[in-house]
Design a protein around this ligand. Structure first.
Ligand SMILES: [Zn+2]
Length: 329
């Protein structure tokens, strides 16, 4: 049934149109922090936000009177019904190496708490980071041929981007079930060195342990495999979620109580997933559905919205009058 929501909820439905950082809190979702490399494919580079932009974002929010809190503090405020205003939370998804080398020093410098939602196969170096392997294949070939006979053009930069997106759809879309093996065979035919990608891009367990020992950092779960949970059976979902938590706890000695859904959109995290995560005893779980946090989220602790930031972030959203002088590198 379609519900007509009152106009008063405009700010909740369109947080960006109305107010970027509104409600009682906003959870910012980031993936990577680093300078974009123009010689690479934009589709992967867009996962990055530059250190300069991140630092200016922190300074701009501070200047506007926002307070930085942890996910644990937000959870406490929500369940206890205690008011908090203008709170901002930072989160980093997946477990990229630059989270430690680029993001952590900045958060530390400004005493900003953050949550790292970790896919445990990243530090375990068992993740197949196919998006980097595919990028390399596209950058060094003029066409991509699947064993099914399907041929993709990769002659121009635009063709490479289009082909990347077409093959990504084969990898992640439920409607293409069974086609993943075609792509797996492609990587096999090119003898992709998966371990090399993990070493280059993924956090190691030593770094995860070091981060977990800093009171500024919360290590949250993001599954073992980074599969879309909506595509898994209930048993497989529990295994994928809990397996990562057990791995993280074994290394950090801390219980995992906060979680982020892989992909986290409307097709990957729905009612079944929200209630399963709740039944697993998680305090909070965040999606990539866009929105700010309001007191009513007390009843939706395992489906909290976030605001995703990438390379295209425009800091003018913070408002010029209160915006401090830009830090220059
Ligand atoms: Zn992710």
């Amino acid at each position: 049934m379609k519900m007509i929501r009152p106009l008063l909820n405009f700010a909740e439905r369109f947080p960006l149109a109305h107010r970027y950082f509104g409600g009682m809190a906003s959870i910012i979702a980031l993936h990577r922090v680093g300078e974009a490399d123009p010689s690479r494919l934009a589709v992967n580079e867009e996962m990055k936000i530059s250190p300069l932009v991140l630092e200016n974002l922190i300074l701009g929010l501070k200047a506007r009177g926002h307070q930085f809190i942890s996910i644990e503090t937000l959870w406490r405020h929500l369940v206890e019904g205690r008011p908090v205003e203008k709170a901002v939370l930072f989160s980093l998804d997946d477990g990229y190496l630059d989270n430690y080398t680029q993001a952590y020093p900045l958060f530390k410098k400004h005493s900003v708490p953050f949550t790292l939602y970790l896919t445990s196969s990243f530090p375990d170096q068992t993740a197949k980071m196919w998006w980097f392997a595919l990028e390399d294949l596209l950058l060094s070939n003029d066409e991509i041929r699947l064993s099914s006979g399907q041929v993709f053009d990769a002659s121009t930069q635009q063709d490479k981007m289009d082909t990347f997106l077409a093959i990504r759809r084969l990898m992640v879309s439920p409607s293409t079930e069974g086609r993943q093996s075609d792509v797996a065979k492609l990587f096999n035919d090119h003898s992709v060195d998966w371990l090399a990608y993990s070493r280059q891009h993924a956090l190691g367990w030593e770094q995860v342990r070091a981060l977990s020992e800093d009171p500024l950092v919360t290590i949250g779960g993001h599954t073992v495999s980074h599969a879309s949970l909506a595509q898994l059976t209930e048993a497989a979902l529990v295994q994928d979620v809990s397996g990562a938590h057990e791995r993280i706890t074994a290394v950090t000695g801390k219980k995992v109580e906060h979680f982020a859904y892989p992909f986290g959109g409307r097709n990957e995290a729905r009612a079944r997933e929200f209630s399963l995560l709740k039944s697993l005893g998680l305090k909070t779980a965040v999606t990539t559905r866009r929105g700010n946090i309001f007191p009513r989220h007390k009843d939706h602790l395992t489906s909290l919205p976030r605001i995703s930031f990438d390379n295209s972030v425009d800091l003018s959203i913070l408002g010029r009058p209160s915006f401090p002088r830009l830090v220059t590198a």
